[in-house]
Design a protein around this ligand. Sequence first.
Ligand SMILES: [Zn+2]
Length: 143
Amino acid sequence: MKKTFDIKPDVDIEDLMFLQPATLYLLGAFVVYANNLGLPVNITSICEDVQGRKTRTHCEGRAFDVSVRGWNLLDIQNAVAYFNKNFKDIGAISSSDHKARALVYHKIPGGIAHFHAQTRLFPEGKAVPMLKQNVKCNQNDWN
Ligand SMILES: [Zn+2]
């Protein structure tokens, strides 16, 4: 079996358990997107921003960071456009311009360039819209 993504060794793999369902959904979609293009997925952070800053999206299990190593600028721009178009109904809403964004390319001078993937906060107990629509679990599915 082939691994579909990697996690940087200093990231606690148990942090995956703190991710919100919408964020896990976004992670799955990101893995499929990158795997289909033959691009690497290396998660560099889950519970804290890659720069070491604590941000609300990371603290709340609504974000993960992925290295852009192995991605060229066009790959990066295409991914940002794709996820912000197709996942805007779960993307985190910016407090400054009120736009929903599921994928942001962070290139901070002196910092490590990376993708920051983020989802908005869904009230506890409320199903994420696409999970509610698409997940049908009955016994026959497992046979
Ligand atoms: Zn981040």
